[in-house]
Design a protein around this ligand. Structure first.
Ligand code: HAM
Length: 416
């Protein structure tokens, strides 16, 4: 019996993988220009890292982690996101002792046990950026500008950038009381989860997907209207920087992100009603995972969601496909000679291939066409004896005879 891939995972096949590579290469290139360096952390971490980092009351920790015990009876978890892992690596490798800010990016798989649907998978991929060590709102704006530059460079338009401030712990303590006071009369009507959230983390109630809870929180006061002065100033400065960068945004005072570590700045980028990425500041997280006090800000995009958005917006990235050269051979001696020629082509930088199944000339030409070869080199036993080959330009149909010794340089100079 055939064994299928696990639910919520995807095979990324040739034909699609080129789009992935395009998105990933664009991410790397934009990061290079913003002087953001790559970091690679393990796919699994100690479970406690996410419990502490992402937060015990979050859906991720409560319901969505792939947690297992290894043979040494340690509890490990496939990473559900990258931020906690990057702050762990930042702390463990003492990157805080190096000049600030440390600007880091990652691209890789993440794992969440969610109900699979379009744009929601159990193994998905994120491109994320984390900037650690500086609490300047100019950095918040730069990180957001990087995110928007990436999206524009992969070809997306008409995106909605929403920003908010979820406050520092000072603002939150104060706001939690205001929120509890507002919700006390309707506490019993909230869903069970929200009744627990009421005591533990009432802000999470604002993010509840249950309709009754949504209705009951409709008129709740905004965090944004109850920020302590330093937070209000940070938010105001962020808006001014974004204005000066020419980055368009909408303030959404209802936005709460699904992870516990955010402080002050929070943002999301939405395309056709679906969130393709989000992030924010997390000034307490490094301490939370055992490091020194160290501010941070970052974001992550779902690569799958970026690709879905490209489809929706009918953007076809300009991805070079097809071969430079397809080698067609006729006769036994010619067939043998093609292997060495092919190697010579490939070493010189040409994308080259040939038929391996001993097909007829017509079938080989068809294969060349199917693989979008720009040139076909036809080599028969007679030509081989004369030291020449025929080169066909597949776009114009023109044919020329070229000496075998000059083939590579001829192809290189005509295939610019
Ligand atoms: P997040 O909002 O949980 O944030 O995830 C970021 C993005 O990952 C989402 O906007 C979405 O595009 C994608 N994503 C999340 N879950 C799934 C899924 N099950 N299937 C497909 N795509 C998914 C974070 O993960 C934070 N670490 C972002 C961050 C970085 N904040 C600060 N720095």
């Amino acid at each position: 019996m055939l064994i299928n891939r696990p639910r919520g995972t995807n095979d990324i096949l040739p034909g699609d993988v080129e789009k992935w590579q395009f998105v990933e290469e664009t991410a790397r290139e934009v990061c290079r220009r913003f002087n953001v360096k790559e970091i690679r952390t393990p796919i699994f971490e100690h479970t406690e890292l996410f419990q502490r980092g992402v937060g015990d009351t979050t859906d991720i920790v409560q319901k969505e982690m792939y947690t297992f015990e290894d043979r040494g009876e340690r509890s490990l978890t496939l990473r559900p996101e990258g931020t906690a892992a990057v702050t762990r690596a930042y702390t463990e490798n003492k990157l805080y002792a190096q000049p600030a800010p440390q600007k880091l990016f990652y691209i890789g798989p993440m794992f969440r046990y969610e109900r699979p649907q379009s744009g929601r998978y159990r193994q998905f991929h994120q491109f994320g950026v984390e900037v650690l060590g500086v609490n300047d709102p100019a950095v918040d704006a730069e990180v957001i500008a990087l995110a928007m530059t990436f999206l524009h460079e992969i070809g997306l338009q008409d995106l909605s950038l929403e920003i908010n401030s979820v406050g520092s712990p000072d603002s939150r303590t104060h706001y939690r009381d205001i929120l509890r006071e507002h919700l006390t009369p309707v506490k019993e009507q909230l869903c069970k989860d929200c009744q627990t959230r009421f005591d533990k983390n009432p802000m999470r109630i604002l993010d509840c997907k249950v309709d009754t809870c949504k209705g009951l929180t409709q008129d709740a006061p905004y965090m944004l209207d109850h920020l302590v002065e330093a937070d209000a100033e940070h938010f105001k400065a962020l808006c001014e920087y974004l204005d000066s960068f020419g980055v368009e945004y909408k303030v959404n005072p209802r936005m709460v992100r699904g992870l516990d570590y955010y402080t002050q700045t929070a943002f999301e980028i939405i395309e056709s009603g679906s969130t393709i990425g989000g992030g924010g500041r997390y000034n307490g997280l490094v301490e939370q995972v055992g490091g020194p006090e160290s501010p941070g800000i970052g974001f992550a995009f779902g690569v799958e969601r970026c690709l879905i958005a490209l489809n929706t917006q009918q953007v076809t990235p300009d991805i070079p496909t097809g071969l430079d050269v397809f080698l067609v051979s006729l006769g036994e001696a010619a067939q043998k000679a093609t292997s060495a020629l092919l190697q010579e082509f490939r070493i010189s930088g040409l994308v080259a291939d040939k038929d391996y199944l001993g097909k007829s000339m017509k079938a080989q030409m068809k294969a060349a066409d199917r693989q979008q070869a720009r040139r076909v080199v036809i080599l028969g036993d007679d030509e081989l004896a004369q030291g020449v080959a025929n080169v066909k330009d597949m776009a114009t149909g023109e044919q020329s005879t070229v000496g075998i010794d000059e083939l590579t340089s001829h192809l290189l100079s005509t295939l610019e």
